[in-house]
Design a protein around this ligand. Structure first.
Ligand code: SF4
Length: 283
């Protein structure tokens, strides 16, 4: 992919330059997603509450969202959901108080299906103590306090703010958002880390689209445009690619697990040698 941001843009007002046809492409993805569910729809961060509990307080919901986000790093939605369910059933309900009462080793064993279980168990115990002692058993509703919590990075903080407090302060750029934004030419090739991609997307994507954006793109990545072996023959947006300048290596620096959620660097991905429509521009 060449620098589509520069080659193919539309000017909005004086300053904001957006990729051409971005709205149409997003709409096509929305249509595809409305007829085809993905793991993120039933196991994503906003679906954390114990399914056996009819109603939980906002306080507990916020904590469970945070735990889900914490566990989701480098882990699939399925495994994350399994771990949260396990915590909910074994602790009777996943609350700050119950995490404080439970030993770190027991928590590690309850979340054994996720990656880095020992580290995450340690983070979870420390977070529960901090929320209890410093925030009166509440999850903080601002970015600065969230990213001070052990194991909580910017992507998680933005998701938590969005899901818990309806605050659109930033876009959560995980593996799918990173890879797909680059494939679609929504960011330039030089935007080669999640932070650069986040900033570039935030520069032009209207804020009204932020809330649904992550879930929309993650589901698209889980079902169609996976990092490894994207199903281009089923892709609703392939026709928007130009036929010239075909390039299948445009996302050559993202990471490995196609369905995992990563809040960390996305280094050195090798995309398989398969034909992918031109990832340069959207016409
Ligand atoms: S054509 Fe293939 S690589 Fe391009 S967006 Fe669709 S699935 Fe992804």
């Amino acid at each position: 992919m060449k620098n589509s941001k520069i080659q193919d843009i539309e000017e909005i007002g004086e300053k904001i330059k957006r990729p051409k046809k971005w709205k149409k492409v997003l709409h096509k993805i929305e249509q595809m997603r409305s007829s085809q569910t993905a793991p993120v729809d039933t196991m994503g961060v906003s679906f954390v509450p114990d399914k056996n509990i009819i109603e939980i307080s906002p306080q507990i919901f916020h904590f469970q969202v945070l735990v889900n986000a914490l566990l989701s790093s480098q882990t699939t939605d399925q495994k994350t959901s399994q771990a949260v369910d396990q915590l909910n059933s074994s602790l009777k309900i996943l609350t700050i108080q119950n995490v404080i009462k439970t030993s770190e080793s027991q928590i590690a064993s309850l979340i054994s299906c996720v990656g880095f279980k020992n580290k995450k168990a340690n983070y979870l115990k420390r977070i529960a103590e901090i929320l209890h002692n410093k925030y009166n058993d509440n999850v903080p509703d601002n970015f600065d306090d969230l990213v001070k919590l052990p194991g909580i990075g910017p992507k998680m903080a933005y998701l938590i703010l969005m899901v818990c407090f309806d605050k659109k302060e930033g876009l959560a750029v995980d593996t799918h958002v990173y890879v797909i934004s680059r494939r679609l030419g929504w960011v330039s090739k030089e935007d080669n880390n999640p932070e650069k991609v986040r900033k570039e997307l935030q520069r032009w994507l209207p804020r009204e689209n932020w809330k649904e954006f992550n879930k929309l793109i993650v589901g698209f990545g889980q079902e169609i445009c996976s990092k490894i072996k994207p199903k281009c023959d089923q892709c609703p947006v392939s026709k928007y690619y130009s036929n010239s300048n075909s390039n299948s290596n445009s996302d050559s620096d993202s990471n490995s697990d196609s369905n995992s959620n990563s809040d960390s660097k996305i280094p050195n991905q090798k995309i398989p040698n398969q034909k992918i429509p031109n990832q340069n521009i959207l016409k």
